[in-house]
Design a protein around this ligand. Structure first.
Ligand code: ZN
Length: 196
């Protein structure tokens, strides 16, 4: 299967709200092919989530998957503070997301469509997501920590939003600087260090 490239920031498809998947598109070969393609692109990157606009398709489809090997550089404390736990491969059609409660968390976030950089983004700690699987069966998730962050990031893509719209702009950092200076740091230390 030839995989499409990931669309980068600057392409209009990333800046327009998508259209919902229509009922008669559920369960079709076309939709399954799109989901399979998105999973393959996400895993190749590798990333923990992908939204259809990131391969140039303006449809309300997201995929997520967080694996142990993708968090292997994090210390137990970092995993704990981020609520980073493996999340099984999931595809959600027409996701509707609600942030639950007032608790928020601020951590570095990146995006496959903005390669090479990261920034601090405040996200809701807990979310509820409703949607369907590619065959139209209802799905419901209530997630906290990192899976909740991934859901918020991917659903933002469907609205034409990128994390850079939400980030604390002064925290915007090249990956090399994150590795050299901030990877071990707390969010508060990074904020102090960059005058955020
Ligand atoms: Zn993204």
């Amino acid at each position: 299967m030839a995989l499409p490239p990931i669309v980068r920031a600057g392409h209009p498809v990333l800046r327009h709200p998508v259209r919902p998947v229509a009922p008669d598109e559920l369960g079709t070969k076309e939709l399954r092919t799109l989901v399979d393609l998105m999973i393959a692109v996400m895993r190749r990157a590798p990333g923990v989530g992908l939204a259809a606009p990131q391969i140039g398709v303006g449809l309300a489809v997201i995929v997520l998957e967080d694996r142990e090997e993708l968090m292997s550089k994090l210390s137990p404390e970092q995993r704990e503070s981020r609520g980073r736990t493996p999340f099984p491969l999931t595809a959600v059609i027409n996701p509707e997301l609600t942030i639950v409660g007032e608790d928020r968390a601020t951590f570095l976030e990146g995006c496959l469509s903005v390669p090479g950089y990261m920034g601090l983004v405040e996200r809701g700690l807990t979310v509820e997501v409703r949607g369907t699987d590619p065959d139209g069966r209802p799905l419901f998730f209530r997630e906290s920590g990192w899976p909740a962050r991934i859901f918020q990031h991917e659903v933002d893509h469907l609205r034409g939003a990128l994390y850079v719209d939400r980030m604390l702009t002064r925290s915007f950092s090249a990956n090399e600087e994150v590795s050299a200076r901030w990877f071990e740091s707390s969010t508060e230390a990074m904020k102090r260090g960059l005058g955020v």
